[in-house]
Design a protein around this ligand. Structure first.
Ligand code: SF4
Length: 215
């Protein structure tokens, strides 16, 4: 894994490293002072064996609530699937205080701050990777990573020090990465599910594979 010495797994709430996202964050804080509007921390225990890597917080979802995938459409499918395969317990109610617990599972993003139009720039993805690397480094039992979409896949590969040609993104693909397995899925976004690029069954099949492998 690439080195993350001296980088904490969670960026400071005023992380200054991406000027465009800092400006966007300031605008969001002015417009919605009661929203989270900061780099969104990972959800779940660092001792988990499974890490799910998303793209970036959604404006009305994690950026508002402060918990990954909580409060937007993508969270409905993600948390329903995690509950079905025993990676979560409780009831998902789209609020960070709904009591939902992750089980042997952690969720974080490749980019920690909300980007305009849900589209981080390559330099922002590259800059924020240090926190993804630090997050993986603080997970001693990590065995499986599910990458939600190509950007999460590519950034995770780079975090692991692997070349894209050796493990190209494809929905349903499983890549061996030393002691880790990387599972790819299309992102569970509203767009992908509305256009049937990703069906709930396709998404469930990925987590069924992870569950079968982890036992
Ligand atoms: S995206 Fe990551 S690196 Fe960029 S400002 Fe936010 S926390 Fe910092």
């Amino acid at each position: 894994m690439a080195n993350a010495i001296n980088t904490p797994a969670q960026p400071d709430r005023n992380c200054p490293l991406c000027p465009r996202l800092v400006d966007f964050r300031a605008q969001a804080r002015a417009l919605h002072p009661d929203w989270f509007n900061s780099p969104v921390p990972a959800f779940g225990d660092a001792k988990a064996r499974l890490l799910i890597v998303g793209l970036a917080p959604g404006m009305q979802g994690a950026n508002r609530t402060g918990r990954p995938f909580t409060g937007d459409y993508a969270g409905d499918l993600l948390y329903a699937t995690l509950l079905e395969y025993g990676f979560a317990k409780g009831v998902y109610q789209a609020r960070p205080d709904d009591g939902l617990k992750l089980v042997d599972c952690r969720i974080g993003n490749a980019v920690h701050c909300v980007p305009p139009q849900n589209k981080p720039m390559p330099i922002e993805i590259n800059t924020c990777r240090q926190f993804l690397i630090a997050r993986m480094a603080e997970m001693p039992k990590l065995q499986a990573i599910v990458a939600l979409g190509r950007i999460a896949h590519d950034s995770t590969l780079k975090a692991l020090g692997l070349r894209n040609a050796a493990a190209p993104f494809a929905h349903g693909a499983v890549h061996e990465a030393g002691r880790l397995r990387l599972y790819d899925t299309y992102h569970c976004s509203r767009y992908n599910t509305n256009t049937r690029v990703l069906t709930p069954e396709m998404f469930r099949n990925v987590f069924a594979k992870v569950r079968a492998d982890l036992g």
